[in-house]
Ligand binder design. Structure first.
Ligand SMILES: [Zn+2]
Length: 453
C-alpha cells in the first residue's frame, strides 16, 4: 500500500510537471525559429506549432501562407456550441535584434539567473506558447468547453500588418473561420516593482494611429535675394503652434477606471490628482501636473507630434519645399475628420497643405463585461493576492485594433508578470522570469477554461 501510494504520488507529480516541461519545449522551439519581419520565417513557426497540435490529436488545424515565409495558424478546439466561440491570439513575428546590442545571443534562448532571455520571449512568444501548450492540455484532459476555442497565431503584427498578410488577411479571407465573440490578445501584463506585484492589467482600448504630411511649397530662388515668404519658416511656424497646442482632456470608461485604480500606487499628490481627474473635478493645476508625465498625458487626450522634417535642396537656394510628418494618436471613438479640422485650425495657414499619409483603423473600446472581468478578478486574487485589476488603453496599437474594427471585442491580457520600470520588449536583453512564465501559463490555462466553460 505504502509503495502503491508512493507510485501514485510519483505519477501525479510527473503529470503536474509534464505541463511546464511541454510549455518550455514549445517556448524554446518558438524563440529559436527566426521570425524577424524581414529576415525570418513565420510560416516555419506556424508549421512547427501545427505539427505539435496535430500530434496531440487536435484535427482542426490550418496554416495559411499568403506570401513566402509568412504564415498564420488557425486551430480550433471544439466545444458544445452552446456559446459563440472565443479566440486566443498571439503574433509570432518579432522585432529585429542585433547580436552586438545584446549581452547574450538574442536568437538562442538562454535560461540565466531566473530568467529566459531571447528575442520574442516576452513579445509575443510567451502568449503563443501558452495558448499552444494549454490547448494541448485541454485536449489531453478531454475538456469539452461550452464554446469553441479558436487559436490564432498571426504574422506581421510588428509592422502593423502593413502588407495585409497577417490578421488583416485572416479577417478578409477567413472571417468565418476566425469569427468569435471576443479575443484574448497581448496588450497588458501583471505589473511588478522590485519583485512585488502591483496590478493586473486588461487592455480594452487602443488609440488610433494616423500620420499626416504637412507641406509648404514655394517658387524658391537665389538665397542671396531672400524674400519673406519662405517655405521653411512657414512650416516651422505651423509646427511651433502645434507644439504649444494641447488637445482637450477626455476620459472613457477604461481610462477613468485606470486613473481611479492606479491612484493607490502613487505618491499622495499624484494620487490626489488622479482621483480628481477620474471624478471629473481636477482643476487646471492638477491637469498640468499629470500632463507633464508623458504616459499619463497620452491616456488623457489625443496627441499629435512632429516626427520627421525635410526641406530645401541646396545650401545656396531658397527652399521650394518644406515637409514634415506629424504622427497622431487619436482617442478611440474620436472623429478623424474633426481631428483634421483641428489640425488645419492649429496651422492657421492655407499655405500648409495637410495630407493624410496613413489610413487609420478606427476601433471602439471593448466593453468591460462582467463575464470577462469576474473570472479575471477571481483568478487574480488567487495568483497575486491583493492587487487590483486595472483596465487600460494602449497609446500604441496591436492587431487588436483590426479585430475591434471588424466587430470582435478584444481584451489585451497576458497574465505575465514583469517589472514596469524595466520594459525590454523591442529592446536589448528581452527576458521573462522563469516563475512568471510558469505562473502565466497556468493563469491563462485557468482563465481560458473559465471563459470557455
Ligand atoms: Zn507584440
Amino acid at each position: 500500500m505504502k509503495l502503491a501510494g508512493l507510485a501514485i504520488g510519483l505519477l501525479l507529480s510527473s503529470l503536474v510537471c509534464a505541463q511546464p516541461r511541454l510549455a518550455r519545449e514549445i517556448y524554446r522551439e518558438l524563440v529559436e525559429i527566426n521570425t524577424v519581419t524581414n529576415s525570418g520565417d513565420t510560416a516555419r513557426a506556424a508549421d512547427a506549432m501545427a505539427a505539435r497540435l496535430k500530434a496531440a490529436g487536435i484535427t482542426e488545424v490550418q496554416v495559411f501562407k499568403p506570401a513566402p515565409k509568412k504564415g498564420n495558424l488557425v486551430a480550433r478546439l471544439r466545444g458544445t456550441g452552446k456559446k459563440k466561440p472565443m479566440m486566443v491570439m498571439a503574433h509570432i513575428d518579432v522585432v529585429d535584434a542585433k547580436r552586438e546590442d545584446w549581452s547574450l545571443d538574442p536568437s538562442a534562448p538562454t535560461e540565466k539567473d531566473g530568467y529566459f532571455y531571447g528575442r520574442g520571449t516576452g513579445d509575443d512568444k510567451f502568449m503563443a506558447t501558452a495558448f499552444v501548450a494549454n490547448l494541448i492540455r485541454y485536449k489531453r484532459e478531454n475538456f469539452r468547453p461550452s464554446r469553441d476555442i479558436i487559436l490564432v497565431l498571426e504574422t506581421d503584427e510588428e509592422i502593423g500588418d502593413a502588407n495585409q498578410l497577417g490578421i488583416r488577411w485572416l479577417i478578409e479571407h477567413q472571417r468565418a473561420l476566425i469569427d468569435a465573440e471576443f479575443a484574448l490578445n497581448e496588450g497588458a501584463d501583471v505589473g511588478t516593482r522590485n519583485g512585488r506585484p502591483l496590478r493586473n492589467g486588461i487592455q480594452t482600448a487602443e488609440k488610433v494611429y494616423v500620420d499626416y504630411r504637412l507641406e509648404v511649397t514655394n517658387r524658391g530662388g537665389h538665397s542671396s535675394l531672400p524674400r519673406k515668404d519662405n517655405a521653411i519658416y512657414r512650416l516651422a511656424a505651423g509646427l511651433e503652434r502645434l507644439g504649444r497646442f494641447e488637445f482637450p482632456v477626455k476620459l472613457n470608461e477604461t481610462t477613468r477606471l485606470w486613473f481611479e485604480r492606479s491612484a493607490a500606487m502613487e505618491s499622495p499628490q499624484v494620487a490626489a490628482d488622479m482621483r480628481a481627474l477620474a471624478a471629473g473635478t481636477a482643476d487646471a493645476a492638477a491637469i498640468a501636473r499629470l500632463s507633464a508625465d508623458p504616459s499619463y498625458n497620452a491616456r488623457m487626450r489625443t496627441t499629435c507630434v512632429a516626427t520627421m522634417l525635410q526641406g530645401g535642396h541646396a545650401p545656396n537656394a531658397l527652399p521650394q519645399l518644406a515637409r514634415a510628418n506629424v504622427n497622431c494618436r487619436v482617442l478611440p471613438g474620436e472623429s478623424i475628420v474633426e481631428l483634421e479640422i483641428t489640425l488645419a485650425q492649429i496651422m492657421a495657414d492655407y499655405e500648409i497643405k495637410i495630407t493624410r499619409a496613413y489610413e487609420p483603423t478606427t476601433s471602439q473600446p471593448s466593453p468591460l463585461k462582467p463575464e470577462i472581468i469576474q473570472p479575471i478578478e477571481k483568478l487574480t486574487a488567487q495568483f497575486w493576492p491583493g492587487i487590483p485589476v486595472i483596465p487600460s488603453m494602449s497609446s500604441g496599437a496591436t492587431d487588436g485594433s483590426f479585430l475591434r474594427n471588424a466587430g470582435i471585442a478584444v481584451y489585451g491580457h497576458s497574465g505575465l508578470a514583469s517589472d514596469i520600470d524595466d520594459v525590454r520588449a523591442h529592446g536589448r536583453d528581452e527576458r521573462v522570469g522563469v516563475k512568471a512564465f510558469d505562473d502565466g501559463i497556468e493563469y491563462l490555462y485557468q482563465l481560458v477554461k473559465a471563459l470557455a466553460q
